[in-house]
Design a protein around this ligand. Structure first.
Ligand SMILES: [Zn+2]
Length: 371
């Protein structure tokens, strides 16, 4: 398409404030004033709120079940269908770029439609804690399989009960992962609730710490010093807790989920205070979770992140973590990934309700629209 203009909208600027203005879409990119003459279609966007496409830096697009055994029983055809469905829901929620935190292989990534996807292919977890040599081989294998990121599960998660701070790898193993990844030019994303593994990951150069539920003030200062991102995932634990209470997930998950729900907002405020960079991650891994991605921004706002900072974490913040400074911002020449809301997305209740996302463009192409 060449030259469409959305006029009289509220447009999110790079500083996080909305201003009344127009957005020009031209040949896949945002246009500047000089492109106004070539505009062939004009739309009155009064009442619409326009943001760059959102970036979910922690999702599991190929997953729809909590239980790995259930996922492993799926045929390739069923997996491909799940990825198509999950990608469609994610896009309709306003997310135009993702970093997959495990499960999305290169063949399955063919099914994501217009979504931009960076892969970690498979996560490295407890079953790979078999010494540094094994891990050097695994990192190389993942690189060969198309990973752009190495995902490490360095502590337990919601299934670990009280043992959530116990490191999964010893220090030499964790170092071997980071050194090998660095040699292959692959950034590392580290699942860590807290404890010594979180500190080691930061010292070894992790690009992002995922969850960080029990991060300390000292660890926040270290993260800020080394420039690592923290990716809180507040919403998923509230969802898991609700499902465990309702019996749709195992009740054994409830204690750790409850601990996360209680501690996570405090962890986010610690990060804010220390000046740690934040990005939006959902950890969505169930068919009922894909498509509710912006709920995480609502949770960040309710935890004390100013709404403008939350919207930036969800757009330019995530784009920077992915090394894509051209994304997550409405700027002439940047790829035209654009989301149109029919209400103010600084309000948590708007972010929680994907029906407020009335149109989503990727590369200037309208890929989702409500009637
Ligand atoms: Zn995850």
């Amino acid at each position: 398409m060449s030259g469409a203009q959305l006029e009289n909208a509220q447009v999110l600027g790079a500083d996080g404030t909305f201003r009344t203005g127009s957005v020009i879409l031209t040949d896949g990119a945002f246009g500047g004033e000089e492109d106004a003459a070539a505009v062939v279609e004009r739309f009155d966007a009064t009442g619409l709120w326009l943001t760059p496409g959102f970036v979910d830096v922690h999702t599991h697009l190929a997953w729809r079940a909590f239980d790995a055994a259930v996922r492993q029983r799926l045929t390739p055809g069923e997996q491909a269908r799940d990825v198509r469905l999950n990608a469609g829901r994610t896009l309709a929620a306003g997310v135009t770029s993702i970093r997959d935190a495990g499960g999305l292989t290169a063949p399955l990534a063919q099914e994501v439609g217009g979504l931009r996807a960076a892969l970690s292919v498979q996560l490295l977890g407890a079953e790979d804690a078999r010494g540094p040599a094994h891990l050097r081989g695994r990192v190389q294998e993942l690189a060969d399989a198309g990973a752009a990121w190495i995902k490490v599960v360095a502590t337990g998660g919601v299934g670990a009960g009280d043992a959530v701070l116990v490191p999964v790898f010893d220090e030499l193993e964790l170092k071997a992962i980071h050194v090998t990844a660095a040699r292959l030019n692959l950034p590392v994303m580290v699942h860590a609730w807290g404890g010594p593994a979180l500190t080691q990951a930061l010292e070894f150069g992790a690009a992002s710490i995922e969850h960080a539920v029990l991060i300390t003030d000292d660890q926040c200062r270290l993260a800020a010093d080394v420039g690592a991102f923290v990716v809180p995932t507040i919403w998923i634990y509230t969802d898991v807790l609700a499902m465990a209470a309702a019996g749709t997930l195992p009740p054994s998950l409830a204690p750790a989920a409850r601990r996360a729900v209680e501690a996570h907002p405090l962890a986010v405020r610690r990060c804010l205070e220390a000046g740690v960079k934040l990005a939006m991650g959902t950890d969505a891994g169930l068919d009922t979770q894909h498509g509710r991605n912006l709920s995480e921004l609502a949770c960040l706002i309710e935890a004390g992140v100013p709404a403008d900072a939350a919207l930036l974490a969800g757009t330019s913040g995530g784009a920077r973590l992915l090394g894509r400074r051209d994304l997550g911002v409405i700027r002439p020449g940047a790829p035209a990934d654009l989301v149109c809301f029919n209400a103010d997305p600084r309000r948590p209740e708007v972010l929680r309700d994907p029906s407020h996302v009335v149109a989503v463009y990727v590369r200037g192409e309208l890929l989702h629209a409500t009637s």
